[in-house]
Design a binder for this molecule. Structure first.
Ligand SMILES: [Zn+2]
Ligand SMILES: [Zn+2]
Length: 165
């Protein structure tokens, strides 16, 4: 056991200092050194495996949170892992949907892909009536064509905040 520990230590030391891991033939055939190499390989394998398990767990939870198909994405990452390691994760991170947010009117969780709230029909992506470009709720004028916009709440606040005669 002690020989094993020393073997790992020697290996790590040589690895850090950039010396060849197996300096000479006698060491290469030393059972302690080859065992240490095996242990190191197993350790590296376990490290990659646990990283993969963590990745799969993350992709599953994240996909579910974003309203994507969690089983499908986890499977894709898993299938690509033996050949391309974490390329599945990279693909997932590139194409994943934006996080859902809450409707400003009724606080229902809505997907970023929705145009209207499925609960209260609130217009989540108001568009300019003139040029159809997406505008912000707070814009008074369309930033693309300059058309004057009526804020969604203007009809309500407009009547209550009427200037006094
Ligand atoms: Zn709503
Ligand atoms: Zn416009």
């Amino acid at each position: 056991m002690l020989a094993l520990v020393i073997g790992v230590a020697v290996n790590l030391h040589n690895f850090r200092t950039g010396d060849p891991i197996f300096p000479d033939e006698s060491l290469r055939n030393d059972p302690a050194t080859s065992t240490a190499g095996l242990i190191a390989a197993i350790f590296a394998g376990m490290l990659i495996f646990s990283a993969l398990v963590l990745t799969l767990g993350y992709v599953y939870r994240d996909a579910r949170r974003r309203g994507m198909n969690p089983a499908l994405w986890t499977l894709l990452v898993l299938i690509l892992a033996p050949m391309y390691l974490f390329i599945g994760l990279v693909i997932y991170l590139l194409v994943r949907d934006p996080l859902p947010y809450t409707c400003p009117q009724c606080s229902t969780s809505v997907s970023a892909r929705f145009n209207f709230c499925p609960n209260c029909k609130y217009n989540l992506h108001p568009a300019c009536p003139q040029c159809q470009q997406e505008v912000s709720d707070t814009d008074k004028f369309c930033p693309y064509c300059g058309t004057e916009l009526k804020p969604a709440s203007a009809t309500e606040t407009g009547s209550t905040l009427k200037p006094t005669a």
